[in-house]
Ligand binder design. Structure first.
Ligand code: SF4
Length: 239
């Protein structure tokens, strides 16, 4: 499948969900889960995609692409999720292969690789971007347990806002890490976004086992936030 004489850089795929009715808005999709992430959000419910000691042998990329090439009539879109897909050096090539198959492509990202996002958008490789906004910019390292340049997240927000693609920003509401005032601060940082998703935190398996006892915001707090965020963003969705 790779042209003779060229070496394809591969992405590490941990898992392929063959059919999903919920991961690409309004479309039937397949979901590719990539392995590895630069963040260590303690509430992450995919530790097997984040903690290298829990990695399983990756799937064969050619087999995944070959399978997807047979599914085009049954499936409209491919979602690339993780982990963090943008740490994969072969991401752009992989997305090109999906676009050659005429799939709609959605990229789920934590927004810490603005240069990759730029390349993906400028090359017309994504039709939908979903970016997690973990915290107000000033509190990023606290929530992601990772030292990095939070300015990268601000750049990603600007790049996505200026693109004319469909997109959503989303924040997981974990009381132990964020306050309602933090979420309002995020609202100010993404002001003008057409869609903002507040995700209730649900305890399951986590990167940090101590977060099994963590909690989400109350219904009353979420209702107050909806009211306050109304002026800042377009559609507000609570999941
Ligand atoms: S929740 Fe955090 S640690 Fe988990 S995959 Fe997303 S960015 Fe990485």
């Amino acid at each position: 499948m790779t042209p003779k004489g060229t070496q394809e850089i591969r992405i590490h795929i941990a898992h392929l969900q063959r059919t999903s009715l919920i991961d690409y808005p309004g479309e039937i999709s397949a979901v590719v889960f990539t392995q590895g992430c630069n963040f260590r959000c303690p509430y992450c419910h995919n530790p097997e995609l984040v903690d290298p000691s829990q990695f399983t042998p990756p799937l064969d990329q050619d087999e995944v692409l070959s399978f997807l090439s047979t599914r085009r009539e049954k499936c409209d879109a491919v979602v690339i999720s993780g982990g963090e897909p943008c740490i994969q050096p072969g991401l752009v090539q992989f997305m090109k292969r999906l676009k050659e198959m005429k799939y709609l492509v959605k990229l789920d990202t934590n927004g810490s690789f603005p240069d990759v996002l730029s390349e993906v958008l400028e090359s017309d490789l994504a039709d939908f971007i979903a970016m997690d906004v973990k915290a107000p910019i000033s509190r990023y390292s606290h929530v992601t347990r990772c030292i990095f340049d939070p300015g990268a997240v601000a750049r990603s927000i600007r790049i996505i806002m200026r693109s004319n693609r469909a997109f959503e920003f989303r924040t997981t509401l974990v009381r132990e890490l964020l306050s309602p005032e933090d979420v309002l601060e995020i609202g100010r940082e993404i002001e003008g976004a057409p869609c903002y998703v507040l995700q209730r935190f649900v305890a399951s398996k986590h990167v940090d086992g101590r977060f099994l006892g963590a909690s989400s915001f109350s219904d009353e707090e979420i209702a107050d936030l909806k009211e306050s965020l109304r002026e800042m963003v377009g559609r507000l969705i609570v999941r």
